[in-house]
Design a protein around this ligand. Structure first.
Ligand SMILES: C[S@@+](CC[C@H](N)C(=O)[O-])C[C@H]1O[C@@H](n2cnc3c(N)ncnc32)[C@H](O)[C@@H]1O
Length: 427
């Protein structure tokens, strides 16, 4: 099913200049499924050893397995790759988030250090924009800043490091593993942009009113280009049924063949994070729905999508290791799990409103008054187009922005966060 909420990943009319991404040699085409024959062979061998694996394990492998997984090779991010994110479009995204982080620092009583921990930092562009903006516009906050990055892909870590060398920023982030962060230690904010949608999901299907799980096995027919096929069986874990029970979703009335995703990895991630947070916030920006919209009985094919060279489709068994796989985020689940973990929901908004409240409207207004000659008018038109992409309601602007908090005093909780207030009407 093509979902209009995914159009943002197709847009790349305007984007900022980026250093070119180092390419990775791949082996010759094998059977059309993937250029990386060895990688597919290794996955086939792995699956044959187990008979079948869950789709979640398959997705984890094709995205993150060393020497061939999509993110481990890191070929696909950015305008030259398969998709762009808000940070590829312009620096404004990071600059406006910096406004919010500086305010959080103040609400927390200007702690030293103020830890900002970005999870899933991609090419590091957002980190660079946020740090540069804090250094320029909020020097006191910057002086207290301890910026950490938690990144799964070693290759992307190297890219991030190189970016910081190239762009000569006043401070480098620290690259952290979860084990480096003591429990109950972080005072500040954990945040992510398009991380949760990249976590491996379980695929489930309703079969005669019962919950079944999708497993992947090697295709014994060895059809060209299709090394893997699916099979249905009982869920691999009772957590899948519990997930729907906790959301009060009764799948027994759903149409036969109804298929959807369950992101159990997001629960583990939230738990790990909340254990480390002593006092502060968790900000998650991503595409997704509330549970009632996510699991509409009419959404019979779920939200799983594959991205390859700026086009998308729903076949996860081609371009193996060379296409991104992603599923929408269930924000209700993040809120429910958060509450159980001591991460209280503070507020939820859409990216368009968040950025407008943080000053995007003022930037748009200034564009008109700054344009005085033909060159500046053309520049203003181009910038306006980019800023509009950030708030396009059927694209990036429709993303959710969930802020949760832990260890905050009642005074701190009551102080409104600027990004979640109604933006002033500037136009
Ligand atoms: C879709 S990209 C988003 C990149 C970046 N935030 C942006 O907006 O351009 C997902 C990123 O999350 C990283 N990632 C995925 N799972 C992760 C995990 N469990 N821990 C840390 N990083 C992870 C990927 O390697 C990649 O850098």
């Amino acid at each position: 099913m093509q979902c209009c909420g995914l159009l943002y990943k197709l847009t790349r009319r305007f984007y900022r200049a980026m250093p070119s991404f180092p390419s990775t040699p791949t082996t010759a085409p094998s059977n059309g499924a993937s250029r990386d024959f060895d990688f597919v062979q290794r996955l086939m061998h792995h699956i044959e050893q187990h008979g079948t694996i869950t789709f979640a394990e398959y997705m984890g492998w094709v995205l993150y397995q060393a020497d061939g997984g999509y993110y481990s090779e890191a070929r696909g991010l950015g305008p030259q790759g398969d998709f762009v994110t808000s940070s590829h479009l312009c620096a404004d995204f990071g600059e406006l988030l910096a406004v919010q982080f500086a305010e959080m620092w103040q609400i927390l009583g200007c702690p030293q250090p103020f830890q900002l921990i970005e999870m899933g930092a991609g090419q590091g562009i957002l980190a660079a924009d946020v740090m540069r903006s804090l250094a320029q516009d909020f020097p006191d906050c910057f002086a207290a800043l301890d910026y950490g990055i938690i990144e799964k892909s070693s290759r992307l870590k190297r890219y991030q490091n190189a970016l910081f060398q190239t762009w000569k920023l006043p401070q480098k982030p620290r690259w952290l593993d979860w084990d480096d962060i003591p429990h109950n230690s972080v005072v500040g904010c954990f945040f992510s942009n398009e991380l949760v949608d990249a976590l491996p999901v379980h695929l489930v299907e309703v079969s005669d009113g019962a919950l079944q799980e999708v497993y992947v096995q090697v295709n014994q027919d060895s059809a060209p280009g299709r090394p893997f096929v699916e099979t249905l069986a009982a869920p691999s874990t009772p957590a899948l049924q519990t997930y729907f029970d906790d959301l009060n979703i009764d799948l027994s009335h759903y149409p036969n063949g109804y298929r959807t995703e369950v992101n159990l990895a997001a629960k583990d991630w939230l738990q790990t994070l909340s254990q480390r947070l002593q006092r502060g916030y968790c900000l998650s920006i991503d595409y997704g729905y509330s549970a009632d919209r996510y699991y509409l009985p009419s959404r019979t094919e779920g939200t799983l999508q594959a991205y390859y060279q700026h086009s998308h489709h729903n076949d996860p068994y081609i371009n193996i290791g060379e296409q991104d796989l992603t599923a929408h985020v269930n924000f209700t689940a993040l809120e429910q799990w958060g509450e159980a973990l001591g991460l209280k929901t503070i507020d939820f908004t859409k990216q368009a409103l968040l950025l407008m409240a943080l000053g995007l409207g003022d930037r748009l207004t200034a564009l008109a008054s700054d344009a005085t000659d033909m060159a500046s008018i053309q520049h203003a038109i181009q910038r306006r187009e980019v800023l509009h992409q950030l708030m396009n309601p059927i694209g990036l602007g429709g993303f959710g922005a969930l802020v949760q908090g832990k260890g905050l005093t009642s005074d701190e909780v009551q102080q409104p966060l600027r990004g979640w207030t109604v933006p002033p009407m500037t136009m």
